[in-house]
Structure formats: structure tokens, C-alpha cells
Write a protein that binds this ligand. Structure first.
Ligand code: DGL
Length: 362
């Protein structure tokens, strides 16, 4: 009798075990700890909505809230513990210094805690490169900070936002991204905050560093870096915005044929503390503009020569006597990136030689 009871008991246990396995109720072996990723939303097309599935231009940006962005990608739960915060809800052509400072302070606050392993920032693509470079210079952590956007609204066929967001979370939770500075992730391509720029008004693969190239790629959940930034960033920078409530005014004036001094004079009259001149070619300045430069310098305005060309080094003392006029060259930074660095430089000094050092180092 005893043997029979034992046999029946063993059979029942086996059946229960098989049943629980099939229903998944058995606690599987503990999986590797998932990274804690905070998603900070600012707006843009990734949060945009159109009126039809074929509309990819002319839609409304900055509509979908951060929790909906996260819920639209349920796969995120398999790769990270994600939670979201709405920092702003704007089309990024309207980005402001106030939002930059709010974002920088929140990022530093979050990354200083042990329970945040990385941050993803969803952002409009128009000024994404500027915000990325600003954060590259003021975030005081080696943990990954990844900016992500989209070129099609979530309502469109083959929307790129959900996959871009998924890849950005993979990157932000990866060991490979630690210590690489602020990164930009769209279209499975990983770019550095310093060198990336938007190169096409509407194409999916718009973010590139045309000559300096991507840092790497993501395929599925595999992060592959082939290069890394060579200039100072994040924990190695001298800039600190945590106690700032505003940033110095810096304007950009554009160089072109038949140019005059009008726009540069207007920037000075508006109170610009620094001016980036987006010159022709190797940062050249039209002869009509030079007197305006001299007058601005006499008023203590710092002038940085950049180029509208978009690639290459702006040579010091090349097309302009920088030593004589005490002007600064932007190295390879395009005008909008040079403006970011000049704004931060002016929070530390107005000495053009010190500022030139910063343009060689960042
Ligand atoms: N208004 C543009 C912006 O918010 C839309 C472009 C985009 O986000 O892709 O940057």
C-alpha cells in the first residue's frame, strides 16, 4: 500500500511541476539585473502626430506625453526598468536656455544617485545637436546620456520613433556607452554630441558627422563602437551650470556675398556678449563687416570665427588676422555648436586667449 501511495504522490508532484512550468508560474532563475533608465521628454517629432499614416511632413510636433511614448514600446520592459519625466513639450526650434538649464540640473541630479544607470532624452531633431553638445559640456557623470529623436511622427507608416527610442534605451543601458560623452542615437547609428549635425530636412538618416563619422552602430541589442571622442567632455570639463539661472547672450551672424555690417551691429545693440560669425569658406569676413567687428571688440564683445561650410578646420590667422584683432577660431565646430561653447566659455571668462584654449580642448 505504502509504495502505491508514494507512486501516486510522485506522479501528482510531477504533474503540478509540469503545469506550473507551462503557466510560467515557476520562478525562473534570476535574470541579469536590468539597468534603470530614466527617459526625459522635451517634445519634437518623436512625440508628434499627423492626420494620416502617410503624412511625414507638416504634422504637429510635441503632442504625445512621455508615458505614452514608453507605453507605445512595450519591448522596453525586457531590456530596462524605464520611467519617464516630462521636462518640456515643445517643437525643438523653440528650445530655450531655461529648458537647457532645467535639463542639465535634472540630468546631474538623477545621475548622482545609485538607482539611475543612464538617461535617454527625447528631443526634436531641429536643435537636438545643440542640446546634445551643451549637455556634453555640463553633465558631470560618466554614465550614458543619449539623445534620441525621430523624423516621422508616431502616426505615420514605418514611424522611426519607437525603434529609435528602443535603441536609445539599449545604448543608455550598455556598458560600452559609459565614458563616451553625450551620444545621439537615430537610425541605428551612434554619433558623438560634438560632431553630429542634422544634414537633411526630412530624411531618416539625417544625423551625420559628414567627415568625422559615426562612433558606431546598434544591431538588435548589440552595441558596437569603432571610435571614441577625442575632445574633453562631461566629467573632464570645467563648466558648471548647477548654480546658474541664465546664460550669456551669444548670437550668430551669417556670411554671404555683398554682406554688410547691419546684422553684426544689430547683435551688439541687442546686448550680445559674444558673436559667432558663420563665415564663407575658411571663416572669411567680408570687408564691409570688418569695421563692425572692430567696433564690437572695442565694446568687449568676444568674436568667434566659424564657417557656414560645415566641415574642416577654421584656420587661426588664415583668412583673418586673429592675433591682431584678438578674435577666436571655432576649430571644426559649426556655428551652432560654436555658439554653445562660447556661451559656456563666457560664464568663466571674457579673455579671448583663454576662450581660444577652450575651443582647442572641447
Ligand atoms: N519641429 C521640429 C522639431 O521639433 C520637428 C523635427 C523633428 O523633431 O524631427 O525639432
Amino acid at each position: 500500500m505504502g509504495k502505491k501511495v508514494l507512486r501516486i504522490t510522485a506522479l501528482i508532484c510531477l504533474l503540478v511541476f509540469i503545469l506550473t512550468l507551462q503557466t510560467g508560474m515557476v520562478v525562473a532563475a534570476p535574470t541579469a539585473k536590468l539597468p534603470n533608465i530614466k527617459i526625459l521628454a522635451t517634445g519634437g517629432t518623436i512625440a508628434g502626430a499627423g492626420v494620416s499614416s502617410t503624412q511625414t511632413v507638416g504634422y504637429k510636433a510635441a503632442v504625445t506625453p512621455v508615458d505614452a511614448l514608453i507605453n507605445n514600446v512595450p519591448e522596453l520592459k525586457k531590456i530596462a526598468n524605464v520611467s519617464g519625466e516630462q521636462i518640456s513639450q515643445i517643437a525643438s526650434e523653440n528650445m530655450t536656455n531655461e529648458i537647457w538649464l532645467k535639463l542639465a540640473k535634472r540630468v546631474n541630479e538623477l545621475l548622482s544617485t545609485d538607482d539611475v544607470d543612464g538617461i535617454v532624452i527625447t528631443h526634436g531633431t531641429d536643435t537636438l545637436e545643440e542640446t546634445a553638445y551643451f549637455l556634453n559640456l555640463v553633465v558631470k557623470s560618466r554614465k550614458p546620456v543619449v539623445l534620441v529623436g525621430a523624423m516621422r511622427p508616431a502616426t505615420s507608416m514605418s514611424a522611426d520613433g519607437p525603434m529609435n527610442l528602443y535603441r536609445a534605451v539599449v545604448l543608455a543601458g550598455s556598458k560600452e556607452a559609459i565614458g563616451k560623452g553625450v551620444l545621439v542615437m537615430l537610425n541605428d547609428q551612434i554619433s558623438s554630441a560634438r560632431d553630429v549635425t542634422k544634414t537633411n530636412t526630412s530624411n531618416l538618416d539625417t544625423f551625420r558627422a559628414p567627415e568625422l563619422g559615426f562612433l558606431g552602430y546598434i544591431q538588435n541589442e548589440t552595441v558596437s563602437f569603432y571610435r571614441q571622442p577625442t575632445r574633453k567632455h562631461t566629467v573632464d570639463t570645467e563648466f558648471d551650470v548647477m548654480n546658474l539661472t541664465e546664460l550669456p547672450r551669444v548670437d550668430i551672424v551669417y556670411g554671404y556675398a555683398n554682406n554688410t555690417r547691419v546684422m553684426l551691429d544689430a547683435a551688439v545693440a541687442a546686448g550680445a556678449k559674444g558673436i559667432v560669425h558663420a563665415g564663407t569658406g575658411n571663416g572669411s569676413i567680408n570687408v564691409n563687416v570688418k569695421p563692425a567687428i572692430e567696433d564690437a571688440l572695442k565694446k568687449g564683445v568676444v568674436i568667434v570665427r566659424s564657417s557656414r561650410v560645415g566641415n574642416g578646420i577654421v584656420t587661426r590667422n588664415g583668412e583673418f588676422d586673429d592675433d591682431k584683432y584678438n578674435t577666436v577660431v571655432s576649430d571644426t565646430l559649426n556655428p551652432q555648436k560654436a555658439r554653445v561653447l562660447l556661451m559656456l566659455a563666457l560664464t568663466k571668462t571674457t579673455d579671448p586667449q583663454e576662450i581660444q584654449r577652450m575651443f582647442w580642448e572641447y
